[in-house]
Design a protein around this ligand. Sequence first.
Ligand code: FES
Length: 183
Amino acid sequence: MSHGPSASGGALIAAAPHSRHDDAAYVPVFTGARRVELDAILTRYPSKQAALLPALWMVQDMYGWVSEAAMEEVAQVLSITAAYVKGVVSFYTMYHLHPVGRHFIQVCTTTPCNVCGAEDVVRALLEHTGCGELGLTSADGKFTVIEVECLGACGFATPIMINNAFVESVTPESVSRILLELV
Ligand code: FES
């Protein structure tokens, strides 16, 4: 079974233009209502550091990925080092170290799904999205497709996740219909 680059590690041929920024243009996440939201989150944890994962989710929710500048901001608001933040961001594949498509598609290709045709689903997704290769983003910035390990739905091969939505029993034939339903 081959695995392409993860969302955290793959190179991109095109990135989602809406979510790209350089450090100079970085707009802080934790101001106004989002700062209030973070403060509410902090009350649920024994230390600021313990709120790192939800803080990173807030960043990714705003930008679609977690940049170096965002890591610096998170480190500052949580009174931890940027190196520690980067270690966490790079450990979890659910956080993106670069922009990804608006529809981030994860396909289970672990053995039980693989023997049921997951590789054919991957091929259909890469073709119909225009991504071409795993980990790359389509030229229109809409899609990124990656392979992942077991999604916990082994009886419903092939399962995929599109952002936070779960889709079961995907076949090569159903891929185009599923993609058409995405805005
Ligand atoms: S092996 Fe594919 S969901 Fe478990």
